[in-house]
Write a protein that binds this ligand. Structure first.
Ligand SMILES: [Zn+2]
Length: 461
């Protein structure tokens, strides 16, 4: 019944749109899309997240879609560990200027690969101001990638194509995701299942809480697919610290699907903060391709299950809520300054301390971050910050079982891990003081934000 009503609503909206266009002869309400991709592979000698680049196994990319209806919006991904603080703003401003929109309508999410660079202009500035070594951010080159992405986006605006339909599909990805926190009867994390889990006993433990589903949303010009967006929650590493930059198994799966179908493919990492492939991966090198093939298969099932629905500019909107995420109570400026200044500490630890300081200052300035929801007909895509636990994704889906709800995490990377309230009392790496910069109260803040975004059925016009 609800679908029938939605259908009627669309027909009515379509009729109204036709009248409006006839009356004004204005194409302003037309929904259009263009795609772009720019290289984001680091040069030899430039830092990856943990080691120095020796070469590139398979190129990294910054890619996106420009979706123009009532407003012009851009949704991008990058094959990097994460993009934080001022670096988020740098990308958004450059791309917004390039396509003639505002930075709040440009969203950038990382896929979180580990043999890939990290970007945080704010943290790099702190290191420089304090004469601390910067071995982790190649600032000049990052700016080049920002410019390259903006130029690619600008060039793409010459190729905007009309959208008439959207497609929804989903497919289970078998034996890739597993929960990495194994909580014992004591209520504490007893084992951590890292991306490559060597211990057979730990691999044999149950999968735990995951979301096995690959969600797929596509845009069509009648029978011609223009772009497909997929969502799946897991850490993306098979093995890393090799020095060879690569998009790892989710990026390989995306590239394989794009090659197979000829359709531009944008893949987002879901809320996979506490999810890895550890149950299915002992770290053997051949597993990278095995995992990529399993993800490719799930993406294909989702694509083949796609159902198409008509789409007009009236059915598309982006709603954002600015939130102040609560700062972890263990952070304070004096201690962090001392840690950044500690010449006995490693360059990595000093960089991490500077990144916590970046976050603390942001909290101190009461500078919010945006949590966004894109409505496309009966689909809702949530765009979330940080290394978010999978519980948030599952909770969002439960809030609106009547809608197709997908989630992208790893937007603003300045928060570190974002656990659930109870997870902070369970121990484990993800919610430790060096890994999560937010307080347990974050669950309450984010769940109510997600609820507000999902309950807002009045698509802002
Ligand atoms: Zn991570």
């Amino acid at each position: 019944m609800r679908n029938a009503i939605a259908q009627l609503r669309r027909i009515a909206a379509g009729a109204l749109l036709a009248i409006t266009i006839m009356a004004s002869a204005s194409p302003a309400q037309e929904l259009r899309l263009a795609t772009f991709a720019a290289d984001a592979s680091p040069p030899v000698g430039s830092p990856l997240a943990y080691v120095t680049t020796l070469g590139v196994t398979e190129p990294l990319s910054c890619r996106g879609i420009i979706l123009a209806g009532k407003k012009t919006m851009v949704f991008c991904t990058i094959d990097w560990l994460g993009v934080a603080n001022q670096s988020q703003d740098d990308f958004k401003k450059a791309i917004a200027t390039a396509v003639g929109t505002t930075p709040d309508l440009v969203l950038l999410h990382a896929l979180h690969q580990h043999d890939a660079p990290r970007a945080d202009h704010t943290t790099a500035d702190i290191l420089q101001e304090m004469n601390a070594p910067n071995q982790h951010f190649d600032e000049k080159w990052i700016q080049q990638v920002v410019r390259g992405a903006a130029e690619a986006a600008q060039a793409a605006t010459a190729n905007m194509r009309p959208i008439t339909h959207y497609g929804l599909g989903e497919g289970i990805i078998e034996q890739v995701a597993s929960n990495r926190r194994i909580v014992g009867e004591s209520g504490k994390v007893e084992f951590t299942r890292s991306s490559a889990t060597k211990n057979a006993k730990v691999r044999a433990m149950p999968v735990g809480l995951i979301d096995p589903m690959c969600k797929s949303i596509s845009f069509w010009n009648n029978d011609q697919p223009l772009a497909v967006l997929t969502y799946y929650a897991t850490h993306p590493q098979s093995y890393y610290r090799t020095g060879w930059a690569n998009p790892d198994f989710p990026g390989m799966a995306r590239n394989a699907r794009q090659k197979e179908t000829g359709v531009f493919h944008l893949h987002f990492n879901g809320a996979g903060g506490n999810v890895t492939a550890g149950k299915w991966n002992d770290g053997a090198k051949e597993n990278r391709q095995v995992l990529a093939d399993k993800v490719t298969k799930g993406m294909k099932i989702a694509w083949e299950a796609t159902e198409k629905f008509p789409l007009t500019a009236d059915d598309v909107s982006l709603k954002s809520i600015d939130v102040l995420l609560p700062c972890a109570l263990h952070l304070n400026e004096e201690n962090l300054l001392a840690l950044v200044n500690d010449e006995k500490a490693s360059a990595f630890d000093r960089m991490k301390s500077a990144s916590r300081l970046s976050w603390w200052r942001r909290c101190d300035r009461k500078e919010p971050i945006a949590v966004s929801c894109l409505s496309i007909g009966d689909a809702r895509i949530l765009f979330m910050p940080g290394e978010l636990f999978v519980e948030y994704q599952l909770a969002a889906q439960k809030m609106r079982p009547d809608l197709f709800v997908a989630m992208a995490a790893y937007g603003e990377y300045g928060t570190g891990y974002i656990g659930t309230e109870v997870s902070y009392s369970q121990g484990g790496y993800e919610t430790s003081p060096t890994a999560s910069y937010v307080s347990p109260r974050v669950e309450q803040v984010l769940l109510s934000t997600i609820s507000d975004l999902l309950q807002a059925d009045d698509i802002s016009k």
